[in-house]
Design a protein around this ligand. Structure first.
Ligand SMILES: [Zn+2]
Ligand SMILES: [Zn+2]
Length: 297
């Protein structure tokens, strides 16, 4: 008999089903498994509530939803958005969304704008270093840069015999790419968000890594909350030390926010597997999602 996802969510919350993993990636971003293979893997590890949260896209969600039905896992839809607040960078998880919502087309346009800015910066850097990329060759019929634009422009400019060689040359000439330019400004996102859209959680708030994410401060949280209705912090994450977990659990409590847990699974090959967290670690969040789903049905 097929168990309804919200029933499974309810059972998980009550402690009579399995574990929870609210953060994972598939081949739709930088994960190493298809959404189907990921959900199957999670199910085999006893996870009964899972979320696929690919970077800046919801394109894997329809497949993940179908697989969740097959493997009797309650899916929470989601995505992990790369957002900037001034010069500060954050990965913000957005849950319980309709992948077909028009907001995602709007977000894709914001990302395309950032992609063009990033590509221009990369081409400028190549010129500064004495190369002559052919920019026109990397522009598609829609007037936008094509994927892998910088390598294509280098190749078309005669710097390398193939696009693959141009890619290698690019990596040696510009070893540190300006990937921070790809982050969408949180205010720009706020401007296209319909009221009540999504359930917003700051991903891995303790993670400090150049060009990826900044460790969340009280001031950052206040700034993010002026634009986004943040409801939680991902206090439980494999990169967090026990002190980080305690610190962000306390920050969540101070601000009346919920706590979530996610493995940030990318694949066994990269030694980043799913983690079956105890539902008690994120009971408030699961209850919040359950109530939203009950209202929606
Ligand atoms: Zn992240
Ligand atoms: Zn992630």
């Amino acid at each position: 008999m097929i168990v309804q996802p919200w029933v499974l969510l309810e059972r998980t919350l009550a402690g009579s089903a399995g574990g929870v993993d609210l953060h994972s990636h598939s081949t739709h971003s930088d994960g190493h498994w298809s959404p189907t293979a990921l959900v199957e893997d999670m199910s085999r590890q006893g996870i009964t509530v899972c979320a696929l949260t690919d970077h800046d896209t919801v394109s894997g969600l329809p497949e993940a939803l179908a697989a969740a039905g097959e493997w009797e896992v309650a899916p929470v839809t989601g995505a992990e958005l790369s957002l900037s607040l001034g010069k500060r960078l954050f990965h913000i998880l957005c849950y319980d969304v309709d992948p077909a919502a028009p907001m995602w087309a709007g977000f894709a346009r914001l990302r395309a704008e950032r992609q063009a800015i990033y590509t221009r910066a990369l081409l400028d850097e190549l010129r500064r270093r004495g190369h002559s990329p052919n920019e026109q060759a990397a522009i598609g019929p829609d007037g936008e840069f094509v994927a892998n634009a910088a390598a294509i422009a280098l190749h078309a400019g005669g710097a390398a015999p193939t696009v693959e060689d141009a890619g290698r040359l690019l990596r040696s000439v510009v070893p540190v790419r300006p990937v921070e330019l790809l982050y969408v400004d949180v205010e720009r996102l706020c401007a296209i968000l319909p009221p009540g859209f999504g359930v917003w959680v700051v991903g891995h708030p303790a993670r400090q890594q150049a060009q990826v994410s900044d460790r969340l401060t009280e001031a950052d949280l206040a700034g993010l909350r002026t634009a986004l209705p943040i409801v939680g912090l991902e206090a439980h994450h494999p990169y967090h030390s026990p002190a980080d977990v305690a610190s962000y659990t306390a920050m969540a409590a101070r601000h009346g926010l919920l706590v979530t847990c996610g493995s940030d699974a990318h694949g066994w090959r990269v030694n980043r597997p799913p983690i079956s967290y105890s539902p008690s670690l994120c009971a408030g969040f699961l209850q919040f999602i359950l109530e939203r789903q009950r209202v929606a049905t």
